[in-house]
Design a protein around this ligand. Structure first.
Ligand code: SF4
Length: 224
């Protein structure tokens, strides 16, 4: 694991460069079409659900609730039907409805841009707030999801036992510039799914192997 800020900054720059080469587009896996309301809702639905499933329910969902105002007018029971396959559907449907009401009443029908306002919405935590602010406005901290926690722990930004999203977000604050955090996170997640999954990471041929503490500590010294 890298101990000093200088080492961590150099590691972040090297990881970012290699992942940018591999994933130039840095696309969000949620197909939200550049719309803040859609990303907010899809971010909420993605908790304990796959992005693929969220993308599948999105067309029918947003044909009925394309805006916060439409969600405010739609009965929770109807939203439950639309999001049932995403799991935790009662809570998620209630959150979507209540977000619609609050955004309509307090924020003039537009998803707010400030962290404080986003965090005041039901079901919206730092992960979703950072996702929305980062993707839409290039603001906010890194989006710390399960892939990000695992991959960055293995690489050596912090101990692999570290799982606290708030601490991890703070670690990256000085390492990745605010406008670049969204792209950095999307690339780490794409990489985590494709090359460094929870079980059986594909270290042979991994483009980050020569930078990775997990790999090097396992006795692999054939640095690239
Ligand atoms: S070397 Fe292995 S553990 Fe390290 S980032 Fe690559 S796949 Fe993950």
């Amino acid at each position: 694991m890298k101990e000093t800020q200088t080492e961590k900054a150099a590691l972040a720059a090297a990881v970012s460069a290699r992942l940018t080469e591999r994933y130039p587009a840095a696309e969000c896996a949620l197909l939200y079409g550049g719309d803040a309301w859609r990303l907010l809702v899809m971010g909420r639905l993605s908790a304990q659900c796959t992005d693929k499933r969220v993308n599948e329910v999105a067309p029918a969902l947003f044909s009925e609730i394309p805006t916060p105002a439409a969600a405010a007018k739609t009965p929770v029971s109807r939203i439950e039907e639309l999001v049932r396959s995403c799991g935790l559907y009662r809570t998620k449907a209630r959150n979507i409805h209540d977000c619609g009401v609050l955004i309509t009443e307090r924020f003039g029908g537009r998803v707010p841009e400030s962290e404080e306002d986003l965090l005041s919405l039901p079901g919206v935590g730092r992960k979703i707030a950072n996702l929305v602010r980062g993707d839409l406005w290039r603001r906010g901290g890194v989006v710390v999801d399960t892939h990000f926690i695992r991959v960055c722990g293995r690489i050596g930004f912090y101990p692999e036992t570290e799982k606290d999203p708030a601490r991890i977000e703070r670690i990256f604050e000085p390492l990745v510039a605010e406008p670049d955090r969204s792209d950095f996170c999307h690339r780490v997640v794409l990489f985590g799914r494709e090359v460094c999954p929870a079980r059986a990471p594909r270290c042979a041929g991994c483009p980050l192997a020569s930078l990775c503490s997990h790999f090097l500590q396992a006795g692999n010294d054939d640095r690239k």
